[in-house]
Design a protein around this ligand. Structure first.
Ligand SMILES: [Zn+2]
Length: 170
């Protein structure tokens, strides 16, 4: 979403070519320039001892009513690994140990005109019972062949799952 007003002084912003010649919202009153950068999200494909994977039914857009792996935006004061663990705990009630990095994806949400970077890890569930939490209306374990692929909200999650399964010879 393009900001319309200066966050520093409240004046209306205008588009201006700054030092790198890219048009950016800038404040003609105080000189403040808005740099718009992708948000970073982190999440996990978390596996239980019996090989089942936890999915959340999403309660918020994007993808409301569809499924996804536990994931969400990093806070300013945490590492990407801590964000992945925290999001899993918040959305599923499960504590995890992180494993391999599955991948890093760029994505765009056209309707919000926003973009981000998603970092997904493999993980092992070490505690807790699945329960719904923030942004999720349910959390449930699925065997790989039970996962409703067409119900996964994001292509990034589908690709990550394919990578996860291939790495495990499944
Ligand atoms: Zn200003």
């Amino acid at each position: 979403m393009q900001p319309k007003f200066c966050a520093r002084c409240g004046h209306a912003l205008e588009m201006r070519a700054v030092e790198d010649h890219r048009l950016r919202p800038a404040c003609p009153a105080c000189g403040y320039i808005v740099y718009q950068n992708p948000l970073i999200a982190a999440g996990v494909i978390a596996e239980r001892g019996d090989g089942k994977i936890v999915l959340v039914l999403r309660g918020e857009n994007p993808g409301k009513g569809l499924c996804g792996f536990p994931s969400g935006f990093m806070e300013i004061d945490e590492t990407v690994q801590a964000a992945a663990q925290r999001e899993c705990l918040e959305e599923t009630g499960l504590t995890i140990e992180l494993g391999d990095l599955l991948g890093v994806w760029s994505y765009h949400h056209e309707y919000k005109q926003s973009s981000g970077v998603l970092v997904l890890y493999a993980a092992r569930v070490v505690g807790g019972e699945p329960r719904p939490g923030s942004d999720s209306v349910a959390a449930k374990f699925f065997a790989l062949d039970e996962i409703p692929i067409e119900q996964l909200a994001f292509t990034t999650h589908r690709e990550a799952l394919a990578r996860w399964a291939k790495a495990r010879g499944r």
